[in-house]
Write a protein that binds this ligand. Structure first.
Ligand code: G6P
Length: 462
């Protein structure tokens, strides 16, 4: 059980773990491994080190795995009561903290912090405490505990009280709200979140901008950072994995199918996102419609390939947003489409191989979030692209800090500006497009997941 890095045992804590289970018809359990930066980063300390990952059981399959004691070694799933988890995850983490850090509250969606919110907050505390207690139980003397994200902001403080001997870090995969926005939270809750995080020895953020916003919040609402150190680690794309994976046969098959769907000789504007309010998919479609309106010469000659994968469908605002994306895509196709040309090719079924195929053929990648911790799509496309791809990138994405110079930058609210940027991107000379793609790929892979993870661990234990 005691996995070690240097002298320290390593534990990771996150809401979503590296594996999920499904009960098959014959009653057996099927385990599915997740992807993402953290999973590949953790592999850097080697399979034999076998760090322990503490996460939530998220569905019936996970709960069944916990009941049967059938979990994989190196993973401890916490079977937190479903109603407590729903309050903490849907109610507080995804409806309040996510909205605050992405500055998504806008009329008429402003928050109402009422008795229901207080009830959900109590669940968030219970859920965080379950993690802190499990970690306290599992951690060896002097262990290094790496806590992840806005779901678990209270864990560092709670764990510190239970186990003053362990080294604790917390990493935020989201932006951090500036003080003028963060103060929207009730005073006691804002202070509780900051104090919870400041229980860590070290806090990590994806960009300087988010680290500075957090520091400013602490100065204004918590009397400063105290002994807690703050570091910036801009997670990059995993070039080796992406280059290999994007040339496997299933991706080649999807590429052929996509080409047929798009039609011979057409240019492509590609986007790949979770269907998420912060990703700004609707304004992306409006900008594309504006491009077709303003510059009719693009009609029949370009296709917007939009992959919008369902996310957090328990929340009504997400369901409404998903419906709006579908409606608008349909409207554009109805208005401009011709027998041989579908202006928007929208796919909503998550398919990583097809996403990679789209990355390979994209002439332009549209990444226009209102606000985003980093945005890995912006980093993955230039690595995978077959013939060079122009990146139209929101200046509000964390990735802009590293990629802004070689991307075409946009204000995500400015639909006309985004339409102009799409036109510019489509008309960039091939030579310049290739040069930019090469520089983007180099910047995007500067801190691959393994190094990203080791840097944090070294900073915590060194
Ligand atoms: C964001 C968070 C991640 C989370 C992801 C997917 O990027 O920072 O921690 O894994 O969204 O969200 P979900 O709610 O599906 O876990």
């Amino acid at each position: 059980m005691a996995s070690t890095y240097g002298a320290a045992q390593v534990l990771v804590a996150s809401n979503r773990g590296p594996v999920s289970y499904e009960v098959l018809e014959d009653g057996s359990l099927h385990a599915r491994r997740g992807g993402g930066g953290l999973v590949s980063g953790l592999s850097a300390i080697g399979p034999d080190a076998g760090a322990l990952w503490v996460c939530s059981a998220l569905g019936d399959g996970d709960r069944e795995a916990v009941r049967r004691g059938a979990g994989e070694s190196g993973v401890r799933m916490l079977d937190i009561p479903a109603d407590v988890h729903a309050d903490a995850y849907n109610g507080i983490a995804n409806s309040v903290l996510w909205f605050v850090h992405h500055m998504l509250y806008q009329t008429p969606l402003e928050p109402v912090f009422d008795a229901e919110f207080r009830r959900q907050w109590a669940s968030y505390e219970t859920y965080n405490r379950a993690f802190a207690e499990a970690l306290a139980e599992e951690a060896a003397e002097g262990a290094a505990v790496l806590v992840q994200d806005y779901h678990l902001t209270l864990v560092p403080g709670m764990l510190r009280e239970l186990r003053p001997d362990v080294r604790i870090s917390h990493f935020s995969h989201t932006p951090w709200a500036p003080p003028e926005y963060f103060r929207m939270l009730p005073d006691d809750i804002a202070a509780r979140v900051l104090r919870g995080m400041l229980g860590a020895d070290r806090l990590g953020f994806l960009t300087h901008r988010w680290a500075e916003a957090f520091t400013a919040c602490c100065e204004q609402f918590a009397g400063g950072l105290g002994d807690t150190a703050v570091g910036v680690h801009g997670l990059g794309a995993d070039a080796d994995f992406l280059r290999r994976r994007s040339h496997e046969s299933d991706v080649d098959e999807r590429l052929t199918a996509l080409r047929a769907e798009i039609g011979e000789g057409r240019r492509t504007i590609v986007r790949v996102d979770r269907t998420e309010l912060s990703k700004n998919i609707v304004r992306g479609l409006l900008a594309y419609r504006r491009l077709l309106d303003d510059r009719p010469e693009w009609r029949e000659r370009v296709v917007h390939v939009a992959f919008a994968y369902p996310s957090r469908q328990d929340l009504a605002v997400y369901r409404d947003y998903t419906a709006e994306v579908r409606r608008l895509a349909g409207e554009i196709n109805e208005r401009y489409g011709t027998p041989g040309w579908t202006p928007v090719v929208l796919h909503v079924k998550d398919d990583f191989a097809r996403s990679l195929a789209a990355y390979r053929l994209a002439d332009v990648a549209l990444v226009n979030p209102i606000r985003d911790g980093m945005n890995l799509v912006a980093k993955e496309v230039p690595v995978v692209s077959d013939e060079g791809c122009v990146l139209v990138l929101s200046r509000e994405a964390g990735a802009y800090e590293e990629l802004g110079e070689d991307a075409v930058g946009v204000n995500p609210y400015d639909v006309v500006g985004t339409a102009d940027a799409l036109h510019r991107a489509l008309t960039l000379p091939p030579g310049e497009r290739m040069e930019r793609t090469k520089r983007l790929a180099a910047a995007a892979t500067a801190l691959p997941p393994a190094q990203w993870f080791l840097d944090q661990l070294t900073a915590l234990t060194g």
